[in-house]
Design a protein around this ligand. Structure first.
Ligand SMILES: Cc1ncc(COP(=O)(O)O)c(C=O)c1O
Length: 365
């Protein structure tokens, strides 16, 4: 073949495939280890609700049939849960897919997005796919520099992303700060509030996203079943927005994009009153343990409102990552976010958290 690159749209060459956290099985294989702990992808170590597991098993009975394309039952349940109309929701194979739809449906040639840096990588992927520039504004003290971001808004800005809590730093911006941004944005710019870790925040009133959306403001909130609901493997996330915005996104949604097992699991999760509270408690305990231990070790970290912690290990993060890996602990390196002395670690079970801290102590010795 002459050059495969000549087959594609030019902007595709600016994309790089997503690099996920290292899978457990791969580490076991490569290092000959039996017991490996993954604290790299912000998954919930307690796992999903038993009701979700049962519902997903039952859903297999009908697996020969296509899923309910509109996610009818899940839509009704999420609408009830949030107090919005069902037509104010779009479901995706993860919030990732909704971000993809935002790019495909909204970005025209010449449009731009504004986002924080470092933050979640898929916004830039969506804009690059559409050959549109992403204005990346450095975090200030590990949190969104909203004034700096607003200064980059111009007549071409189509979307303004706030990741709240931010990934990888776990920081929040307040509802008042977000509202000031909303008031300042031009009419043609959609405010995207990525709230993938919403349920982990100490105070759930930190955001008023659903109120703004009900008022018909130019906002989409992104939520997911991958994090606190522990259904990352099934891929279900959603966007909440005024109906007119959802109508645009529905035009580009792939048919049957959320599989029937995923829909059943997500639906059943919503009817379990305890799984979320247990997971919040586990995370609080893990955070406190990490803070105490890291204080003792003299390492600096960014207090988090999510289920992961951003730690400055004060040396090459790759060395620390490899050292931890040899001890069977997988974390995420900061270099992929442009921060070469940081690591991001997900809170695990008590046992996993102890294993991480003990391993970190050994590696840093
Ligand atoms: C900030 C943020 N948004 C969205 C997502 C995507 O989540 P999902 O699994 O629902 O695609 C992630 C996943 O890590 C995330 O960290």
């Amino acid at each position: 073949m002459a050059s495969a690159a000549r087959l594609c749209r030019k902007c595709i060459l600016n994309l790089t495939p997503y690099v996920p956290g290292k899978p457990i099985e791969e580490v076991k294989r490569e290092l000959g280890l039996d017991d490996v702990v993954k604290l790299a992808s912000n998954e919930n170590p307690l796992g999903p609700s038993p009701l979700a597991i049962e519902a997903m098993r039952n859903a297999l009975d009908n697996i020969a049939q296509y899923p309910e394309g509109s996610c009818f039952e899940l839509r009704e349940a999420v609408a009830g849960h949030l107090g919005v109309d069902p037509d104010m929701l779009i479901f995706g194979a993860g919030a990732d897919e909704v971000i993809h739809y935002l790019g495909v449906a909204l970005l025209d040639s010449g449009d731009e997005i504004v986002q924080a840096n470092p933050s979640f990588v898929q916004y830039k992927a969506a804009s690059t796919l559409m050959d549109c520039p992403a204005q990346m504004v450095d975090l200030n003290d590990w949190t969104h520099d909203l004034d700096g971001m607003l200064a980059r808004v111009n007549e071409n800005t189509k979307m303004f992303f706030i990741t709240n809590p931010n990934n990888p730093t776990g920081t929040l911006v307040s509802a008042d700060q977000v509202e000031a941004v909303l008031d300042a944005l031009p009419e043609r710019c959609l405010l995207v509030l990525d709230e993938a870790y919403y349920e982990y925040a100490d105070d759930l009133n930190y955001t008023r996203s659903i109120d703004w959306i009900k008022q018909g403001r130019n906002v989409i909130a992104l939520r997911t079943f991958s994090k606190i609901y522990a259904l990352a493997g099934t891929r279900v996330g959603y966007g909440v927005a005024p109906k007119q915005i959802i109508d645009l996104l529905e035009r580009v949604r792939a048919p049957f994009n959320v599989n029937s097992v995923a829909q059943a699991g997500a639906l059943a999760s919503l009817s379990d009153p305890t799984q979320v509270s247990r997971s919040r408690e586990q995370n609080q305990r893990g955070k406190k343990y990490f803070y105490d231990q890291l204080d003792q070790m003299g390492l600096s970290y960014t207090p988090t409102q999510a289920n992961f912690l951003w730690i400055d290990v004060g040396r090459d993060c790759r060395e620390v990552f490899n050292g931890l890996l040899r001890l069977g602990v997988i974390v995420r390196t900061g270099d992929i976010f442009g921060c070469p002395t940081h690591i991001r670690v997900t809170t695990g079970t008590d046992e996993q958290n102890t294993r991480f801290i003990e391993s970190l102590r050994k590696v840093l010795k």
